[in-house]
Design a protein around this ligand. Structure first.
Ligand code: PAF
Length: 279
């Protein structure tokens, strides 16, 4: 059975031993409730690294909504079976007190790329993400870290932090894994009712159509407006944002020759879904 370590001291001892044997160590940071998207990250890590750690920690600091934190699925036993099946070497699943002991007083605030979109809609979210990811890098001492492109802005925030703070970790962004109808895999999808799940593919379908239209030279604003109208017509309650941004800075598109990304957040059946695609 795959080992599950709970303390930083135990984790450090194992990683030291692996590094002494000459292994490259990869980490896949997660909050658990694993699905095929996470497993694809673990498989990529296994291809590149001699030893792979998956961290499972539902990070309270990145939830700006207490109800979302309370409802976040926790499925450690099932997660361990899935991670064993793809050959992950170790799970690090600390308690909240191990990560944030009494007196913990540091927070990492990434500027620029963290300000827009999710940063505006979920105040404090990226501060919580950056802080815990920095801690997970420090705790695991990993050489490589794997993140999903599903959370595109998070990936850019982590890259910015790693650059700015000279972390000795290589960040690898892996393709979003989708259901047959295009819905991006996410632990939150489990909260969709059967009825809502039937409508959820509309977001990716509308975004894909709009990306094609933008590439064909149609006015961006009209294309984005049409995405909003299409998802509301499909039964989504609310669109928080649909935006076309510079893929790296997430600022407005200043140079259309640079890679662009369309990003969206919308509510369906009481569940907040996010997605993004290249344009
Ligand atoms: O993407 C996630 O699951 C989380 O934001 C992460 C990177 C594990 C930090 O808690």
């Amino acid at each position: 059975m795959i080992p599950i370590l709970r303390t930083v001291a135990d984790l450090r001892a194992q990683v030291r031993a692996w590094k002494a044997e000459g292994h490259v160590v990869g980490v896949v940071p997660t909050m658990g409730a694993l699905h095929e998207g996470h497993l694809s990250l673990a498989r990529a890590a296994k291809r590149d690294c001699g030893r792979v750690i998956t961290t499972i920690f539902v990070n309270p600091k990145q939830f700006n909504n207490p109800d979302d934190l309370a409802k976040y699925p926790r499925t450690e036993a099932a997660d361990a079976l899935l991670l064993s099946s793809v050959g992950v070497d170790l799970i690090f699943a600390p308690d909240v007190e191990e990560v944030y002991p009494d007196g913990f007083a540091t927070s990492i605030s990434v500027g620029g790329v963290a300000g827009a979109l999710e940063g505006e809609m979920r105040p404090g979210h990226f501060q919580g993400v950056a802080t815990v990811v920095a801690k997970l890098f420090g705790m695991t001492q990993a050489d490589r870290a794997y993140f999903g492109q599903k959370d595109w802005q998070q990936l850019q925030v982590v890259r910015q932090m790693v650059r700015d703070l000279n972390f000795a970790v290589e960040v690898i962004g892996c393709e979003t894994i989708r259901e047959a109808d295009g819905l991006a895999m996410s632990s939150r999808n489990a909260r969709l009712s059967a009825e809502a799940r039937g409508k959820a593919g509309a977001l990716h379908a509308a975004m894909t159509e709009a990306a094609q239209a933008i590439r064909a030279g149609m006015p961006e604003a009209d294309c984005l407006t049409r995405v909003g109208a299409a998802v509301v017509a499909a039964g989504f309650e609310k669109v928080e944002y649909i935006a076309l941004r510079d893929a790296e800075t997430l600022g407005p598109v200043a140079d259309p020759a640079r890679p662009m990304r369309m990003l969206a957040a919308a509510w369906l059946g009481g569940v907040r879904l996010i997605d993004n695609i290249a344009v």
